[in-house]
Design a protein around this ligand. Structure first.
Ligand SMILES: N[C@@H](CCC(=O)N[C@@H](CS)C(=O)NCC(=O)O)C(=O)O
Length: 110
């Protein structure tokens, strides 16, 4: 794909943000990184892109925001799938469920 504009709003210690960065890097998707000071001053861009939760990470794809790290990962896998890039989740339903289990555990217990 060409002419894709991908921006990530993140806060460097965030494991939720790390999840998104790792997915983009694994798939070799170019992106612009914007650091947010989420526990200090939130930028207007963050408030505008994630008005519900006002949290990072936010993926902004061609001007449109996607919020919530797991939803962002699904979006990335849905959008960048045609060019033989690796899949983030296995196609086998049981293996996919296992991956989701571990991701969910991190969300709930971290
Ligand atoms: N469920 C969210 C959690 C995101 C989250 O908790 N982000 C934190 C940083 S690690 C944040 O932006 N906190 C700012 C705040 O709570 O105001 C996701 O998976 O993306």
């Amino acid at each position: 794909m060409s002419e894709e504009e991908v921006v990530v709003l993140n806060f460097w210690p965030s494991m939720f943000g790390a999840r998104v960065i790792m997915a983009l890097e694994e798939k070799e998707i170019k992106f612009e990184y914007k650091e947010e000071d989420v526990f200090g001053h939130k930028t207007d861009l963050l408030l505008q892109m994630n008005p519900v939760h006002k949290k990072i990470p936010v993926l902004i794809h061609n001007g449109k925001p996607v919020c919530e790290s797991n939803i962002i990962l699904e979006y990335i896998d849905d959008v960048w799938k045609e060019d033989k890039t690796l899949r983030l989740l296995p196609s086998d339903p049981y293996q996919k469920a296992q991956c989701r289990f571990w991701g969910d555990l991190i969300d709930k217990k971290w």
